[in-house]
Write a protein that binds this ligand. Structure first.
Ligand code: GAL
Length: 993
């Protein structure tokens, strides 16, 4: 039997929709028709309870707005789910959806409902975090640009602010309320109010604000538990600290933390200092909940955070070992809801990035910006699957302290009061390997483990879990020094997968009333049976995959032990099908598994030729891989194994970028340019936090409706005589700049400095650029001063002090040598945010002439532009555009992730805005960096077809300016992937409501 990809996708999508949700035991599959059944979502001090079943939330942060291609949401969510995450946490960014008051757009790349539907289909829970304030390293922390020009302090109970916040929540909640797990509409499980609200703690304002949000969200039909994310561990906004309208037991306390990876992992729960500032101890009746815990970190312009290495530095310092050490410490501390921020960081495309970050928001996350699975997913999958298949971990109390044989090892001892299972979380805080023994409790007796061999090995700065008294399928594991990863009854046998580092000696003890038959099927292991204890002991040293088959003497179901090192464990995948769990070994990813009669249809990815071995429910005799029948044979391990390898992806060759065309820009700098349609900048008052300088009109861009990207000013004046210099004061985000011309003659460029590490959180930068007026232009008569400002982004508002309302653009202009000061008539032009491109949204464009004229769009005709070849070396100050097209023919069934790489002599002072098919995919600053490669998401990038690239280049005029080298880079390649819809090229598909 063969299935083509379309039929297969349809089948698997249907199956996925009906799959067991994460809280349900792997062997229980819901009936297809029961999807719309409501569920109760409650909690006790240990964990969430879903229909009275415990759930440890193992969550990753992913911002849909940082992946502007809805098809790829499926890809990332499947990667997360298959790698053991049972939840995704999302911010919803107000500014992304609202170009003007009263306007809310949830279409296309902003289709929140689609995201939530995909999450339900993938079978992953969702935590929704719509603010209104989110922070998140986005412009204004998520506040829309238009909010900067409104009265009332944001993040307070000011009535004007609340009316706008309500408008936003009404729009978001209309969508979220349809996808809630409580109501059977989807998998939304939790909902966050505000974010890191650490102001107005005691003055009643904060409590009134949060009470308002609580009531509003409930009134909008949000029925899942609500929570707030306390900034750090301050015990702020615990249950009871503000009014929940008489509702109790529906609000959780949560906090966040980003400890330094070089620190000792913090105890923010059972083993910590306790009290209001102890993390979860601030709220003893609700489960430990880390709404954000560092999974990486962000990098500022210039790259000071990671010494210029960019996000490779973040990934190196928060690597797989960091994850084990810090996240297992959290679990040991009773944290039962843990969200890793970020798990897929993505791209702050367009004008999304806050001043503190550049375009890439890769974050060093477990799934990289190009959607590649990194080695950081391996511990996440190991722990995530352990949490699913060892339910004892969902209810733990601190137990009597035990001491390992070496004091270099920190030991956390916990026990499940219901099942009696014990867990020993062992952490090595030294840099060298340690081998220890530890006394553990086995059926009420103390046993020092391991009984034989070289001890439990903990490699430097690493952590692992030793368990006693847990079930593996139908058997009891008395103890294991290999960390359990997965256990299930599959078909006629029990299967248990246990893991550790390569070279780790491991020991397992299993309860058997009589000596079973033990067969080592691959690798080496020894065993011995102790009839007094009724225990079979298995010892091995991890290396690749060791298989041990244990057949009980009474003829009952055999147990297959799979002992894997990390690398081998990465090739294991499990999926819950209708017919029961399916365990797969070999490929780079298993997306889903669908069982139909004797056929298991699997869908996934390979990055190289791979094995395919499947443990499947009884009766499965045939395998399909991505729709193709795979010849198989039965193995002694009880699996079906492919007799051929799954194919590697076909090679992909990317075209060189040639045939450039060029057009100079900045006509606005010419004295005769017609600016009569531009807004007059003649306001005298502003809601900005920046004071309006005495005697000057308001020049702040936001006051005229220009919230994103470049802004032009033209000041006309009649000079008396003798202007010697002009001083331009401006306010911008990080790496803001301006360029000035007088009567068309360049006066110069000014740039804000590159932040040092100490300055990397500075978000508003002010400077005054003083330019000498050339003698020839200082005479009496009419003059035109033209200024282009790149304001970068608005500050976030972490301090609830309206920092996002700090001015952007020019703030004051003064002349020397002219008395009295000339009276200047200012006109201003930028991107009219309220009338922004409905397809690409309000943050896509700024106010460059080329943008206002559609030069970035694929539909623009550049046939009259001059031909150009790179490298370019233009020394003039100003703006120029390059355009080219290229065709791609990536084979169907391949997922190629492609980036655009710009490189040049780092002394050259210029920056480039990158437009692909009209989408603003980022900003390159050649002499600042550190980013050189920009991800081009498939969907915007047409991987089978024609693409238009437009580069808007701002040249400082102080050096020759490029670009020099512009090329496509293959960032990732798999055979597999998800079907990708190309986004429309024109805005006619967009709708607003
Ligand atoms: C947290 C905040 C997030 C994000 C993160 C750093 O404190 O809640 O929104 O800013 O820090 O990436």
């Amino acid at each position: 039997m063969t299935l083509n990809r379309r039929t297969f996708t349809a089948l698997t999508a249907g199956a996925a929709a009906a799959l067991a949700l994460p809280a349900q035991a792997a062997t229980v599959a819901p009936e297809p028709g029961r999807r719309h059944v409501p569920h109760t979502v409650t909690f006790d001090k240990y964990s969430l309870l879903l229909d009275d079943r415990r759930l440890v939330l193992w969550s990753g942060e992913f911002h849909p707005f940082r992946l502007p291609s809805p098809s790829l949401w499926t890809d990332v969510l499947q990667k997360m789910r298959s790698n053991g995450y049972n939840a995704v946490s999302i911010y919803v960014n107000w500014s992304y959806h609202s170009c003007a008051p009263g306007q809310y757009d949830f279409t296309g790349v902003r289709n929140l409902g689609r995201f939530l539907a995909v999450a339900a289909q993938v079978g992953i829970f969702v935590t929704v975090r719509p603010g209104p304030y989110i922070n998140a390293e986005v412009d204004a922390g998520g506040f829309p640009g238009w909010l900067t020009a409104t009265t009332g302090t944001a993040r307070t109970n000011n009535s004007t602010y609340l009316s706008y916040a309500d408008e936003w929540l009404t729009a978001v909640n209309a969508i979220v309320s349809k996808h809630q797990y409580t109501d059977g509409g989807g998998t939304v499980l939790l909902y966050q109010l505000e974010n890191e609200y650490s102001s107005h703690l005691g003055d009643g304002v904060g409590a009134a604000y949060l009470a308002h949000l609580y009531a509003k969200v409930r009134a909008d039909g949000i029925t899942v538990p609500l929570f707030h994310n306390d900034k750090g561990r301050n015990g702020d906004w615990i249950p009871g600290s503000f009014s929940t309208n008489g509702e109790s037991g529906r609000y959780l306390y949560a906090f966040d933390g980003y400890p330094s990876p070089s620190s000792t992992p913090p105890d923010w729960g059972y083993f910590g200092p306790g009290g209001a500032k102890g993390g979860s101890t601030a709220s003893p009746d609700t489960p430990g909940f880390e709404a954000e815990f560092g999974g990486g970190w962000f990098d500022p312009w210039g790259g000071a955070e990671f010494a210029g290495q960019g996000y490779a530095g973040a990934r190196a310092s928060r690597d797989a070992v960091y994850e084990r050490r810090f996240y297992l410490t959290n679990l040991a501390n009773g944290i039962k809801l843990q969200n890793v921020y970020m798990t897929f960081g993505g791209t702050s495309w367009g004008w999304l990035p806050a001043p503190v970050v550049y375009t890439s928001y890769d974050y060093g996350a477990a799934v990289d910006e190009a959607r590649n699975q990194t080695s950081k997913l391996v511990p996440m999958k190991q722990i995530g699957l352990m949490l699913e298949s060892v339910p004892d971990l969902a209810e733990l109390d601190r137990a009597a302290d035990v001491t390992a044989s070496s004091t270099a090892i920190k030991t956390y001892h916990l026990t499940n009061p219901t099942t009696g299972a014990h867990f020993y979380f062992l952490r090595n805080d030294t840099a060298s390997d340690q081998s220890i023994t530890v006394p553990v409790s086995v059926s009420g007796s103390q046993v020092t483990v391991p009984a034989s061999g070289a001890g439990i090995r903990l490699t430097g700065k690493d952590m692992k879990v030793v368990a006693t008294g847990i079930a593996v399928g139908r058997r009891t594991l008395r103890y294991t020094t290999a960390q359990p990863m997965y256990a299930a009854t599959i078909g006629a046998r029990d299967v248990a997968l246990l893991v550790g580092r390569t070279g780790d000696p491991v020991e397992l003890s299993l309860a058997f009333a009589a000596a079973p038959t033990v067969s080592v099927l691959s690798g080496s292991a020894t065993s011995s049976y102790d009839s007094t204890a009724g225990a079979l002991r298995v010892n091995a040293q991890l290396s690749g995959l060791i298989r041990v088959l244990i057949a009980p003497s009474d003829g009952s179901a055999p147990l297959l032990l799979l002992l894997a090192d990390d690398e081998e464990s990465a090739t294991f995948w499990k999926h819950d099908s209708f017919a029961g769990p399916v365990l797969v070994r070999g490929p780079a990813l298993l997306r889903n598994a669908f069982v139909m009669g004797p056929v298991a249809a699997l869908n996934g990815d390979t990055t190289a030729a791979s094995d395919l071995e499947v443990w499947a429910p009884t009766g499965i005799r045939r395998l399909l891989w991505n729709g193709s029948a795979i010849p198989t044979g039965h193995t002694v391990s009880g699996s079906l194994s492919a007799s051929i390898q799954l194919p590697a992806p076909a090679q992909v060759t990317l075209p060189a970028l040639t045939n450039w065309r060029y057009a100079p820009e900045n006509p606005e700098s010419a004295p005769g340019f017609d600016d009569s349609a531009w807004a007059l900048a003649n306001k005298t008052t502003s809601f900005s936090t920046t004071p309006v300088p005495a005697g000057q009109p308001v020049l702040f861009a936001d006051d005229y409706g220009f919230h994103y990207g470049d802004v032009w000013y033209r000041g006309s004046y009649n000079a008396q005589a003798g202007a010697q210099s002009v001083s331009l004061s401006y306010s911008s985000g990080t790496q803001g700049m301006l360029m000035a011309w007088l009567d068309g003659v360049p006066l110069g460029t000014h740039r804000q400095p590159v932040p040092t590490k100490a300055q990397d959180s500075q978000s508003t930068w002010t400077a005054t650029a003083t330019f000498a007026v050339p003698a020839a232009l200082s005479g009496s008569g009419p003059h035109v001063l033209a200024v282009l400002v790149r304001p970068m982004a608005h500050s976030e508002d972490g301090g609830s002090n309206d920092a996002h309302k700090a001015a952007r653009g020019l703030t004051a202009v003064t002349f020397t040598g002219e008395t009295p000061a000339p009276s200047v008539t200012w006109r201003i032009q930028g991107a009219d945010t309220a009338a922004s491109d409905p397809l690409r949204g309000p943050l896509n464009n700024g106010g460059l002439y080329g943008e206002r004229s559609g030069w970035h769009l694929p539909t623009f005709g550049d046939g009259a532009w001059q031909r150009m070849s790179l490298p370019s070396a233009d020394t003039s100050q100003g703006v120029g555009w390059l355009r080219t097209t290229f065709n791609l023919a990536i084979p169907r069934g391949a997922d190629a992730s492609i980036g655009l790489t710009l490189t040049d002599d780092p002394a050259r002072a210029y920056r480039v805005q990158i437009f692909l098919n009209g989408w603003n995919l980022g900003q390159y600053i050649n002499d600042v960096g550190p980013q050189h490669t920009f991800v081009l998401p498939n969907g915007i990038l047409r991987t089978r077809g024609r693409n238009t690239l437009a580069l808007a280049v701002l040249r400082d005029g102080t050096t020759p300016a490029g670009p020099s080298s512009v090329s496509l880079t293959l960032l990732g390649l798999t055979a597999g992937g998800v079907p990708v819809e190309d986004l429309p090229l024109t805005a006619t598909g967009g709708r607003r409501h």
